[in-house]
Design a protein around this ligand. Sequence first.
Ligand SMILES: [Zn+2]
Length: 73
Amino acid sequence: MLEDLPIPTDKSLCLVASKALELNPEDFRILQDALDNPNWPHSKLAQELRARGFDVGETVVRRHRLKTCACVR
Ligand SMILES: [Zn+2]
């Protein structure tokens, strides 16, 4: 009866978190460490991530790190 009930797409994650889920475990850990490292300025971290193919902007990185992104809602 309910076989075709769709699985809701998770819209509660911001771009950083949703993209992080696509990373392999090693990259995921490196990303988490970088996000937790206060020595990384938001803009520089976003720039370096983009240079490596993790296409995020400074704004989403900053909001995710400051926990003002969609993840915490
Ligand atoms: Zn987030």
